[in-house]
Design a protein around this ligand. Structure first.
Ligand SMILES: Nc1nc2c(c(=O)[nH]1)N[C@H]1C(S)=C(S)[C@@H](COP(=O)(O)OP(=O)(O)OC[C@H]3O[C@@H](n4cnc5c(=O)[nH]c(N)nc54)[C@H](O)[C@@H]3O)O[C@H]1N2
Ligand SMILES: Nc1nc2c(c(=O)[nH]1)N[C@H]1C(S)=C(S)[C@@H](COP(=O)(O)OP(=O)(O)OC[C@H]3O[C@@H](n4cnc5c(=O)[nH]c(N)nc54)[C@H](O)[C@@H]3O)O[C@H]1N2
Ligand code: SF4
Ligand SMILES: [Mo]
Length: 770
């Protein structure tokens, strides 16, 4: 048994600080890192299962190539990269010859705790003369980013919530008790619950674990948030609850917004949301009385109907009432490196969707590949994502991946997407390399944690930085290795000048700055931390753009490049604050003079809302919450069913009387049917759901070898049910939280098959190590 080693959990985007013990390659003991500057020892039960992420039979240990019959054969790294390079050259040359934009697509580029590969993947995208980037953010958050772009001046300006200091927490469309989503969530919720001076309102169709703890729960009908939020805003203005001083000092456009809100038919819209007027008035009372309100949102509104409009109304809630830019309210936050970019106005030539923060809607990947358009996507590169399971419209995604001229997957495990790819490249896991997350959403002090590896890379695997660098070598565009090696030892200003000279020699090398840094600066970093070399540039940029705040965070009076170097050293040394703002400096993070409250497209959308057009179709009477966060799911990160002693089948949850209405009981196999597909699943009763609401879990549907080595799928592949075209008109995000559905008894044959698969999964679970 070894020493306790410091790392972080990568099972959700909070990345709580951990200390772990190892026995060989297994993580055997896990505890919260009390010295962690942000999480301070907090962790949830999932972290105890962390070992199952990297330590299971389905890890990839060799590159694979697809045979004509669709199966995969192992090949060597050199063969794989040489063949892929030749194919990429062919695609790039054909694009150039045809005078069309790059037809290469980059999918993913980082998961919940691994953002080190993204910079290298983005280099490849650029070198392929393409901009087409799709990832998980573009099926959840891009509507929110778009609104930020309009209101705060840039899509990379991002809001945070100060749950720790608020006296009123509004939880809108999220379930932090299970999904966490903000620092030390359960602890923070308990503290609010136990403090008589603090309140919580939950707006969620289901009586969630979080709603149980709240002063007030508004169980609205799924998909009606825009109506309810508009009614609440109208009532707030009727009561004169706007903060006139704040509006005058910091915002513009209030009159336009107020004019639209004044026309909201409050009673009708509250009735449409099917909540009581008395409860809504009570919510408004609580908001009027609040000294510091903060609004916490997530997928319930972002993957619900009127997604981008919801994100706007949610922001109006705190902006009109002046609960912004103060302690305990919503704020903006700094970045060491922004995780997404600004919006340029570029649009897809195929679907017409705008690139938001540099991303195209994940929902449109299949269309971009399958389109008859001359500028369609021809080559797909997937890294750290499993779109065959996680993008809406699984059947089309599968068809598209097969139809692409070239598909490559970089992953740690043999995923459903890997199973379809021409080439599969095995990556070292997040505990086998230097890693970090850029999900750093804290305010006013913000933190960064670099995680050293706990283990050597599993034999046969490579770190992403090395994969991309070898690929660029195979593409024949890297400078000679002696030229790079000679720069590595130079003082940093000379190294910088040397890299600039290499780019001048061959301008296309500008696309691969991260790779050049990896092979030069990277080689000089302690502990083999080469792959994080691009952070060096980030530290210098941060030191330049937030000098005072970086100085404060580090307790340093250095300036210029010295401050950048100091920040980089601190980052290399372990978890550290990287910026410390004074509360009033929040305004320096904006990209406009004042917050723009009036967004004409969204005000038009609001004015056009019509309850009469917003009723379920008779053949699909249920609203399916397709992708619920539960105690035993963690996206597609934990593929091995061993870790799931609870809910191994990924049950459908439904109200008991609704199960009874089709003659089913808890434990039975039932079929969930939508316009996109049919999925057979075990049923479980949940009386906390709203009448008419069904729930399927996120994070299931992965195939894994059973005791005999035969692959068996555990739980539902839920994206067989979401229709990729049922999506937000601005951001293209899917309405996963409100999929029209019906419930049917499973057929005898379906039942027999499901029971046999389930038995194999349960056998695997039972045979498991603890
Ligand atoms: N245990 C666990 N935690 C996770 C993850 C995980 O896989 N497992 N994944 C992480 C990731 S990537 C993310 S993005 C977050 C997501 O975190 P959350 O968004 O909190 O999780 P969800 O369960 O997807 O949905 C949230 C809530 O939306 C509600 N809802 C459904 N329809 C509507 C509606 O029309 N209006 C409103 N107001 N609410 C509605 C649901 O009842 C549900 O309680 O969780 C993170 N944390
Ligand atoms: N129906 C429905 N669909 C959903 C959702 C929903 O609620 N409902 N939620 C959506 C949301 S919010 C999200 S965030 C997405 C998540 O979906 P994805 O973007 O697909 O991400 P993950 O599920 O986190 O899968 C991460 C992949 O990265 C691999 N991986 C892990 N570590 C490494 C590494 O170090 N290197 C490499 N190269 N690979 C690695 C894992 O094996 C896994 O295949 O799903 C979305 N899809
Ligand atoms: S809250 Fe998220 S990061 Fe923290 S321990 Fe749980 S799964 Fe891991
Ligand atoms: Mo997510």
């Amino acid at each position: 048994m070894g020493e306790w080693q410091r790392t972080a959990c990568s099972l959700c985007y909070l990345n709580c600080g951990l200390e772990v013990q190892l026995d060989g390659r297994k993580i055997t003991r896990v505890r919260g890192d009390k010295a962690h500057p942000r999480s301070g020892g907090y962790l949830c039960q999932k972290a105890q299962r962390l070992t199952w992420y990297g330590d299971h039979e389905d890890r990839l240990t060799t590159p694979l190539r697809r045979r004509p019959d669709g199966t995969h054969e192992p090949i060597g790294w050199d063969t794989a990269l040489t063949e892929i390079a030749a194919k990429l050259h062919a695609v790039r040359d054909a694009d150039t010859a045809a005078g069309r934009p790059g037809s290469f697509a980059y999918v993913g580029g980082g998961g919940q705790g691994n953002h080190s590969g993204g910079a290298y993947g983005a280099s490849l995208l650029k070198w392929m003369n393409s901009t087409r980037h799709f990832n998980a953010l573009s099926q959840e958050k891009t509507g929110d980013f778009w609104v930020n772009g309009r209101m705060f001046g840039s899509t990379s300006v991002h809001t945070a919530e100060d749950v720790e200091h608020c006296d009123l927490l509004v939880v809108l469309g999220c379930n932090p008790w299970l999904a966490h989503g903000f620092t030390n969530a359960r602890h923070a919720l308990n503290t609010i619950k136990n403090d008589p001076a603090r309140r919580m309102i939950v707006i969620d169709p289901r009586r969630t674990e979080t709603a149980e703890m709240a002063e007030l729960h508004l169980p609205l009908r799924p998909g009606t948030d825009a109506y309810l939020l508009a009614a609440i805003l109208a009532l707030l203005l009727e009561r004169g609850a706007e903060d006139a001083e704040f509006l005058a000092a910091r915002t513009e456009g209030f009159a336009e917004v107020a004019a639209v809100l004044a026309k909201v038919p409050v009673d009708e819209w509250i009735a449409h949301a099917e909540v009581s007027r008395v409860d809504v008035e009570r919510a408004v009372d609580l908001m009027c009385a609040a000294k510091a309100m903060t609004v916490r949102v997530e997928l319930g509104i972002q993957q619900g109907r009127n997604s981008t409009l919801n994100s706007y109304l949610e922001k109006l809630l705190y902006l009109l009432t002046g609960h912004f830019g103060r302690r305990g309210t919503n704020n903006l936050h700094s970045w060491l490196l922004p995780l997404w970019g600004a919006t340029t106005g570029q649009r897809s030539e195929i679907t017409g969707f705008e690139y938001i923060g540099g991303l195209l809607p994940a929902n449109t990947l299949a269309e971009e590949i399958l389109a008859g358009h001359p500028n369609r996507v021809r080559a797909v590169w997937v890294e750290s994502s499993n779109p065959a399971n996680t993008f809406a419209g699984t059947r089309d995604v599968e068809r598209a991946l097969r139809a692409a001229e070239l598909s490559v997957v970089v992953d740690v495990a043999y995923t459903e997407t890997a199973a379809l790819a021409d080439y599969v490249l095995p990556a070292a896991s997040q505990h086998e390399k230097w890693e970090f997350t850029l999900f750093t959403f804290e305010w006013p002090t913000n933190y960064f944690q670099l995680r050293p590896p706990l283990l050597d890379p599993l034999p046969g695997t490579l770190v992403e930085a090395e994969i991309y660098t070898r690929l660029f070598d195979a593409l024949g565009v890297l400078p000679p290795s002696e030229a790079l090696a000679s720069l590595a030892a130079r003082p940093r200003p000379e190294l910088q000048a040397g890299i600039a000279a290499l780019v001048q020699e061959l301008p296309e090398r500008a696309a691969m700055l991260p790779v050049l840094l990896y092979r030069t600066l990277g080689a000089s970093l302690p502990g083999g931390a080469a792959s994080i070399a691009p952070l060096w540039a980030g530290c210098h940029r941060a030191a330049k753009s937030m000098t005072v705040q970086v100085q404060r965070a580090l307790g340093s009076d250095a300036t210029g490049p010295r401050l950048g170097e100091e920040l980089f050293s601190r980052v290399l040394a372990g978890p550290t604050p990287f910026s410390a703002h004074e509360q009033d400096e929040v305004w320096s993070l904006m990209r406009r003079e004042r917050v723009q409250l009036a967004v004409p497209e969204l005000l038009d959308w609001l004015a056009a809302l019509d309850p009469a057009t917003d009723r379920p179709a008779p053949e699909y009477p249920f609203s399916l919450l397709n992708g619920q966060r539960r105690a035993h799911n963690a996206n597609q990160i934990l593929r091995d069913p061993h870790w799931r002693r609870t809910d191994p089948d990924g049950a459908l949850r439904a109200r008991p009387e609704e199960l009874a209405s089709i003659g089913a009981e808890p434990g039975d196999w039932v079929a969930v049917v939508t316009a996109a597909g049919r999925v057979v699943v075990r049923a479980e009763a949940d009386p906390g759901l709203r009448p008419g609401q069904l729930a399927l879990p996120h994070g299931y549907g992965m195939a894994h070898p059973d005791a005999e080595g035969r692959r068996v799928v555990s739980g539902p592949r839920i994206n067989l049910l979401t229709d990729a075209r049922d999506r937000d008109p601005i951001a293209g995000t899917p309405h996963h939280k409100d999929v029209p559905a019906r419930l049917e008894p499973a057929t005898e044959e379906e039942r027999a098959r499901a029971e046999s698969d389930s038995a194999r999964v349960r056998e695997t679970v039972a045979s498991g190590r603890s």
